[in-house]
Each structure stands twice: as structure tokens, then as C-alpha cells.
Write a protein that binds this ligand. Structure first.
Ligand code: ATP
Ligand code: MG
Length: 405
């Protein structure tokens, strides 16, 4: 069916006043960005709804894209007709036929803005209902919770028909919740945490620690590919890669084995907080979840969190691994995450890290390294890449290798 426009309904309707204006303006921008390559679309974000006029563009790929934009409650593809009632009858029938399966019920729901139109609301409901009943044998009318609701809006500039309501991604438009730094590894959890942060409207800068030659170019490329997978929710994402080899080697040399992990994590968080501060980010997100591994006990979090007063947000804190995996599959990051590349943290993780590190001991052991100097060296070595949806860094790597052979 060739639709004329897509009508988008806003989520979190409770937002009012200036917040509501920001919400609508940001959602308009985000929808425009996510649909940028479809030429001819017209996007208007109005007070109560957002309209995407298709101007002949195929609706199917546009619909797929809209499903991934946060801040949308649901949306409906709409057909606009001239005020010709015969055409309205024919189109209404085609739309219901397209969805009808034996045993289904329907109702017509008409709203009239144009009070000069030849029929009133009840007459339109009756005439269209009768036309459907006569032409689809077996279909029944049902007022409460019918299977199909055909919405008819008689406006001044035409008659608008819609029969489908497609669920949106919910959440808040990315950008309305400010900006934060996301600590992303190549694992399963952090991309899911990033997705959930963005769902609440937060724009994220990715911060990733890598340790060449202990970790490979492919491991780095994999994390960039993960970022690309979720960049669609934000338009694009800045990826900050931090060389971490020197920090890890120094810690390994100087610090007792039981505290290696805790002090590494403290350095990671310190560096991330410094990057966040410099970029105007107001918090740090991580993919930690309570009880999952040694570093994820409350004692451990206390010993690590000690290095910053910036809020550290952990969207996965109370989730089970199975719940996290389900979301990873849904956002299509799971298959990438489970590719077996070495991670900078696992390589330097001792066989038995302290699950309940002591805060005072941690602080004292850390005095064995030059915290400021190591931090500065790492910060001097960062590289920033802008990552867009649909990019593939791992394949690029393979091409480079192929050329070398
Ligand atoms: P993930 O699946 O996200 O790797 P995990 O369950 O493996 O998480 P850890 O490896 O202990 O747990 O990491 C906990 C969190 O620390 C990660 O979710 C991420 O936010 C951060 N983190 C770990 N490794 C890195 C890294 N190399 N660069 C940036 N952040 C990291
Ligand atoms: Mg990990």
C-alpha cells in the first residue's frame, strides 16, 4: 500500500512546559537524522504529533528506521485522500482487507475537524462500517477492543485514514538527558548498558581502554563495530580510545597481585572521569551488574568509586545475565560481543583477585605508582573517532591484512 505520511505519537506525555518543547524539538532533529538518506521526506514536529510526509518514498524502510528512535510511543502509516467519499470507501476496504484474517472484528473511529463536510461523524462510521460488512464476508463489528480499528480524520485539507499502530522504542529522545561518558569494552554488558542509557535520553561518548600488543587491532575494531551497531540510536557516537598498556604494566610490576584489578579499575575510572570532564559530560556509565564477577561486589565498587565524585551510573545493576543477553540479541550486539578477542582487563586479571578489597589498603597500594604521571601519559595518547551506523571496522582490518599478504 502506498502511504502518504507516517503519524508519530510522542512517548512520556506527562512532560510539560519547556521540557515538552525540548522533547519535541530534539525528537524532530533525531528523526530527521535517522531518516537523512531518504530524499523527499518532509518532517514536521508539531505540538501533539510528528508527521513524516512520504512524498512517494516507500514506507517500509522508513518504518523500520522509526522503530529505533527513542521518544516515540507508537506510529501509524496514513493515507491522505481528497474529500471524495467514494475514494474513502474504496481505500478503507483495501486497508482492512490487507489486515483481515477470518474471525477478526473491526470498528471505524471517525474524528471531524471540517464541520462543512457533507456527513457527520456518525454517518461516516455507519456508511463505512456498512461498506466493510457488505464486502468482507464473516467480519464483525466490535466496539470494545476490536482487532482492527480504522481511524478516519476529516481535516480541512483532506481525509486521513489509518488502520495500524506500530509500537515505537519508547524512552526519551537522545540528547534531552544531557551527555555522559560510557565505559565500553568488547563484552556483552557494556553495549546493553549504553543502549539503556541512550533510551533515557542521554547522549554518550564511548571511552575504551586497549593495551597493545597484549590486545590486538581486531579487538579494538570489534569494540568500534559494537559502537556502530548502537550508533543508530544517537545518529553518531564519538569513540575515545585510550592506550592503557603502560598503566597496566606498571601496576603489574608494583602492586600486590590481590589488588591489581581494583587499582586498574581505579585508574580506568579516573581517566574516564577526566575525559568526561574535558568533554562536558556529566556522568560515567558502566556495564557492571552486582555479583557477576569479582570486580562487581559492593565492596569492590566502593573501592573503585573512591576516585571520583562524578555520578557513576550502572543501568544493569540488578539484571540477570539472561535478561542482559536477551536485550543484546534484540539490539543485535550479542553475536559481535561473543567473538573471542582478548580484552585488556582479562589479560591482566590475576587468577584470584580480591572480591572484597579493603579501601584503606587499596589507597596505600596505589601510592606505589605515579598516578598523575600515568594518567597524563594515557590522556596524551587518546584518539577520537566519530562512528556512524553501518560501519565495519573488523572487515577493514581484514582488507589491510589481505593487502599485506
Ligand atoms: P562487559 O561485558 O561490558 O565487558 P563484564 O561483565 O565483562 O562487562 P568487566 O569486564 O568486569 O565485566 O567490566 C565491567 C565494566 O567495566 C564494563 O561493563 C565496562 O563498563 C568497563 N570496562 C571493562 N573493560 C573495559 C575497557 N577495556 N574499556 C572501557 N571500559 C571497560
Ligand atoms: Mg568484560
Amino acid at each position: 500500500m502506498q502511504y502518504s505520511e507516517i503519524m508519530v505519537r510522542y512517548g512520556e506525555l506527562s512532560t510539560k512546559g519547556k521540557n515538552r518543547k525540548d522533547f519535541i524539538r530534539q525528537l524532530g532533529r533525531n528523526v530527521k537524522r535517522s531518516l537523512h538518506e531518504f530524499e523527499g521526506l518532509e518532517i514536521r514536529a508539531q505540538h501533539d504529533r510528528l508527521h513524516v510526509a512520504l512524498n512517494g518514498v516507500d514506507s517500509a524502510p522508513v518504518i523500520e528506521r522509526l522503530k529505533g528512535v527513542f521518544g516515540i510511543e507508537n506510529f501509524s502509516p496514513v493515507i491522505k485522500l481528497e474529500k471524495d467519499f467514494e475514494a474513502v470507501k474504496a481505500t478503507a476496504l483495501t486497508m482492512i482487507q490487507a489486515q483481515y484474517k477470518p474471525g477478526m472484528t473491526f470498528k471505524i473511529n471517525t474524528k471531524r475537524q471540517d464541520h462543512h463536510f457533507e456527513f457527520d461523524t456518525n454517518q461516516i462510521n455507519d456508511k463505512l462500517g456498512g461498506h466493510i460488512l457488505r464486502n468482507i464476508p464473516g467480519i464483525d463489528v466490535k466496539m470494545k477492543q476490536p482487532d482492527i480499528t480504522l481511524r478516519v480524520e476529516v481535516r480541512l485539507n483532506g481525509i486521513f485514514l489509518s488502520s495500524e499502530t506500530i509500537p515505537g522504542a519508547g524512552g526519551l529522545p537522545v540528547g534531552t538527558g544531557g551527555k555522559a561518558a560510557m565505559m565500553i569494552s568488547g563484552g556483552i554488558d557494556s553495549p546493553v548498558a549504553a543502549y539503556l542509557g541512550m533510551k533515557r535520553g542521554v547522549k554518550l561518548d564511548m571511552v575504551h581502554f586497549f593495551s597493545p600488543p597484549y590486545t590486538s587491532e581486531q579487538a579494538l575494531a570489534k569494540t568500534k563495530d559494537l559502537t556502530s551497531k548502537i550508533a543508530g540510536y544517537a545518529g553518531s557516537i564519538q569513540f575515545v580510545q585510550v592506550p592503557f598498556t603502560k598503566v597496566q604494566e606498571t601496576i603489574k610490576e608494583k602492586v600486590p597481585e590481590g589488588y591489581l584489578m581494583t587499582i586498574q579499575r581505579r585508574m580506568m575510572l579516573r581517566i574516564t572521569a577526566a575525559i568526561a570532564l574535558a568533554r562536558g559530560d556529566k556522568g560515567v556509565f558502566t556495564g557492571e551488574s552486582l555479583g557477576q564477577v569479582a570486580s562487581q561486589t559492593l565492596e569492590s565498587m566502593m573501592a573503585i568509586n573512591d576516585v571520583t565524585t562524578m555520578p557513576v551510573l550502572r543501568p544493569l545493576v540488578s539484571m540477570d545475565k539472561t535478561e542482559i543477553i536477551r536485550i543484546a540479541e534484540q539490539i543485535d550486539t550479542y553475536d559481535l560481543s561473543i567473538l573471542p578477542f582478548e580484552d585488556c582487563c582479562t589479560i591482566f586479571t590475576p587468577p584470584a583477585p580480591k572480591t572484597r578489597p579493603d579501601l584503606e589498603k587499596t589507597r596505600n597500594f596505589e601510592k606505589l605508582i605515579d598516578v598523575e604521571g600515568l594518567m597524563q601519559e594515557a590522556l596524551d595518547g587518546i584518539t577520537v573517532t566519530e562512528i556512524k551506523p553501518g560501519e565495519n571496522y573488523m572487515n577493514q582490518q581484514e582488507e589491510v591484512f589481505a593487502e599485506l599478504l
